[in-house]
Design a protein around this ligand. Sequence first.
Ligand SMILES: [Zn+2]
Length: 116
Amino acid sequence: MKNAIAHLTPEAIEKAFAGTNFGRTDFEVILAETVLERAAGYNPGHRATSIATRLGLLGDKTGNVTKAGHEWAMKIFYSHHKQSKQPYEQPEQEIFTCERCGRKTSHPEGWHYCGA
Ligand SMILES: [Zn+2]
């Protein structure tokens, strides 16, 4: 199966964004957002739109999301989704035991309805 986004290497993306200032550098996410906004019927910013068009994510004439655009949005969505699903360490919960009523609580500051 032909990969419609094979040309979207990190180098190619960085080159496409060269000289721009979006105030952020997660260019691949900016591209995915541009595609999704376009798909949802919004008009993303002109600069982002023209970059996405140049990279083949949006149709040159129609402005519609291309096959590559859809694939790109999926790829970014799933790669970030996976990242966020990675197990992370839960902060150790401090259990507070009330000296007066003996209740245990993990609320901050040992907050509880005191039964004493
Ligand atoms: Zn108590």
